[in-house]
Design a binder for this molecule. Structure first.
Ligand SMILES: *Cc1c(COP(=O)(O)O)cnc(C)c1O
Length: 367
């Protein structure tokens, strides 16, 4: 007998997540030197890690034989002061991806359903499927979330509604008014997740007051990460802010030491480094302008983005993706589960990286 068959059918039906290609892998495959490869495939911060955060990471080296603080006291304390919430409202995760999984573990299972949008972050269908719950994909509107139709799609079995704001891989944004209208409309037994992985890249005037809304809507879970604007993708740390009872349930299903000590120390230091985040925000605006102008110069259209990447329509995206790889530039095709076979998602890198990408793209389109 095939041991695989012992696994529930809904687990075997999972399509593996496809990450951006690592630099070392492309170097091996193409015989390129790593330093000549540009990776704009995973929305990482091209600024790297700030000096104060680096120092905090180095200080943890002496204590690595010890288990981390399983309650993450210092980071939770810093987050609760920054966002004006109680420490009991914070759930820490091994990346915000972990926190999304905790939502699925705590609230989904067979006989339940979850609503998400077409073109939305694939972790939502993956986490839903892994719990044996039914996914309800709602067609996108102008590449973004159609919140009205999503609210209508909630059925008697729905326990979770996933929203990425801004969305990855389209960069689209929902207005605060539309988000609040959804919260007002959806029954309280449905957990509404607003995934704000790109929160720090949004202009302040477009940000919704999601954290304040938690008081009014106890079924709201806000998730954020240190992987993007804070530049700590490799360390894996993210968090959720929620009503204390919701946070309590999520904390029950997490591993006791799900966030490592280096990640905890780094995130605590990074949170204080306001200047690093402000510079990352400003760099991104500049790089986004450069990318948009470059795309327009090549006669291409793109989906207007409020995050640190731009999703550009290039035609036969898989072909163009491969031609870019040959030129040492890694971007992210978004066909497959994302259903955007003509687009490539490109992270806003440094000025030089964007330049490299644009000239490789120009050459690839002519090939
Ligand atoms: C990158 C991303 C995340 C999570 O990344 P982590 O590194 O796990 O924190 C979550 N949601 C969206 C929409 C993302 O793009």
């Amino acid at each position: 007998m095939d041991p695989c068959e012992i696994s529930p059918a809904y687990v075997r039906a999972i399509a593996p997540y496809q990450p951006g290609k690592p630099i070392a892998e492309l170097a091996r495959e193409m015989g390129l030197e790593e330093k000549n490869i540009v990776k704009l495939a995973s929305n990482e911060n091209p600024r790297g890690v700030g000096p104060r955060t680096r120092a905090a990471i180095e200080r943890t080296l002496a204590e690595l034989s010890r288990y981390p603080d399983g309650n993450g006291f210092e980071l939770k304390d810093a987050l609760s002061r920054r966002y004006g919430v109680d420490m009991a409202q914070v759930v820490l995760g091994n990346g915000s991806n972990d926190v999304l999984e905790l939502v699925a573990l705590a609230f989904l299972g067979p006989g339940r359903s979850a609503v998400y949008s077409q073109h939305a972050f694939t972790v939502y269908p993956l986490a839903t499927q892994a719990r044996g719950a039914r996914g309800i994909a709602v067609p996108a509107k102008d590449y973004g979330h159609d919140l009205e139709t999503m609210a209508k799609a909630v059925d008697e079995e729905t326990c979770v509604l996933w929203i990425a704001n801004p969305n990855n891989p389209t960069g689209t944004l929902c207005s605060p008014a539309a988000l609040e209208a959804l919260l007002r409309r959806v029954p309280e037994r449905v957990m509404v997740v607003i995934d704000e992985a790109y929160n720090e890249y949004m202009p302040a005037d477009l940000r919704a007051d999601t954290v304040k809304w938690i008081k009014r809507y106890p079924n709201l879970v806000v998730t954020r990460t240190f992987s993007k604007a804070y530049g700590l993708a490799g360390l894996r740390v993210g968090y959720a802010l929620a009503h204390p009872s919701v946070a309590d349930v999520m904390n029950r299903v997490r591993q006791p030491f799900n966030v490592n000590s280096m990640a905890l120390a780094a995130a605590t230091a990074a949170l204080e480094d306001m200047e690093f985040v402000a510079r990352s925000f400003a760099d991104n605006l500049q790089g986004m302008r450069q990318m948009r102008e470059g795309a327009r110069g090549l006669g291409l259209t793109y989906i207007p983005s409020y995050a640190n990447f731009l999703t550009i329509r290039v035609g036969k995206a898989n072909e163009v993706y491969k031609r870019l790889l040959k030129r040492g530039v890694i971007v992210r095709p978004v066909g497959g589960g994302y259903e955007l076979p003509e687009h490539l998602r490109v992270t806003v890198g440094t000025e030089a990286e964007v330049e490299r990408f644009l000239s490789a793209l120009a050459a690839s389109l002519k090939e």
